[in-house]
Design a protein around this ligand. Sequence first.
Ligand SMILES: NC(=O)c1ccc[n+]([C@@H]2O[C@H](COP(=O)([O-])OP(=O)(O)OC[C@H]3O[C@@H](n4cnc5c(N)ncnc54)[C@H](O)[C@@H]3O)[C@@H](O)[C@H]2O)c1
Length: 342
Amino acid sequence: MATRTLPRMSDPAIVFGMLDGMLPHLFRPEQRARLAACGRIADAGPLASWEDPRADALLRDAEILVGHWGCPTLTAEVLDRAPRLRLFAYAAGTVKWQVTDAVFDRGIVVTSAAAANAVPVAEYATAAILFANKGVFLVRERQRDPEAHVALDLSRVGNCGTRVGIVGASFVGRLVIDALRSTDVRVAVYDPYLAPAEAATLGVEKLDDLDELCASVRTLSIHAPDVPSTHGMIGAGQLAALPDGATVVNTARPALVDQDALTAELASGRLSAVLDVTDPEPLPAGHPLLALPNAFVTPHVAGAMGNELTRLAELAVVEVERFVAGDPPLHPVGAADLDRIA
Ligand SMILES: NC(=O)c1ccc[n+]([C@@H]2O[C@H](COP(=O)([O-])OP(=O)(O)OC[C@H]3O[C@@H](n4cnc5c(N)ncnc54)[C@H](O)[C@@H]3O)[C@@H](O)[C@H]2O)c1
């Protein structure tokens, strides 16, 4: 391996915080080698608990913490045990459960790989939108069970000029918008944080009224974060505003949708849904949503899995490389972002 030449922190101690056993799935050998070239990997075994007997010694030295799923929360007490910590590079999406105010108060730089996790979610959502518009899910159910009389208005199926609503021009929402640009669907967006000029650059119509958006689309795809202001944002009123035969795609979080109201609409046969997120997760066998022919339900699989995990690792490695080299992070997370981001 080439010797290090970066003008930077002097051989920083790098510690992993994540579920035991995740490292081999997360990092390709080449990515591990790049991380090792940034500093001193203090212990190859990740910490999944701050009560781990190794934690005191590892935290005392740690200058860089690379986190992933299962990384325990960085409270003020934990940070007291980690006085040298300067970077928390989170190799996964939502970082808000791992950090506390104390992290930001101490000036520790936090980065997230949400942008990388957004890629497979957007692929899933884009596929779901195009399949829903085409009537694929319902056609399949009709073929499987002709006696079920699954309603489908064939005169309205297809992706030619069909209007799609995106709730949230988030990392995921923007990737979905990008992907749909190569199709003939028309995209309208609801996002109070999206500036009109940005909407124009994205090539979408921005609507300031969520009910108006719902009333005008055949498929509504939800990509806003789970924050207090978004809870129940797709309620009975918004669902009622959707036209007959419309589909709700939710790859975001269950709290954004009134699941009881949606289930009632699905049971009536008026709407369809593609749901990667539900309450609870996963749904227990026999749950009504699993029995409905117009509900396509998956157990929270849209985000990175399998070989997609290395994409999360790549972003974390790049953030560590940049930090050690004195370059600004690509995807920093600040305390003020937490009520706006996933
Ligand atoms: N199913 C999965 O496996 C999976 C994986 C990753 C992310 N997710 C979920 O997907 C969603 C998007 O994730 P992300 O990382 O792209 O989010 P993000 O952090 O990029 O979202 C933040 C953006 O959402 C928009 N927003 C904020 N409040 C809004 C509101 N009230 N209405 C509309 N838009 C609003 C703003 O543009 C903001 O910048 C989140 O709910 C996240 O939890 C699910």
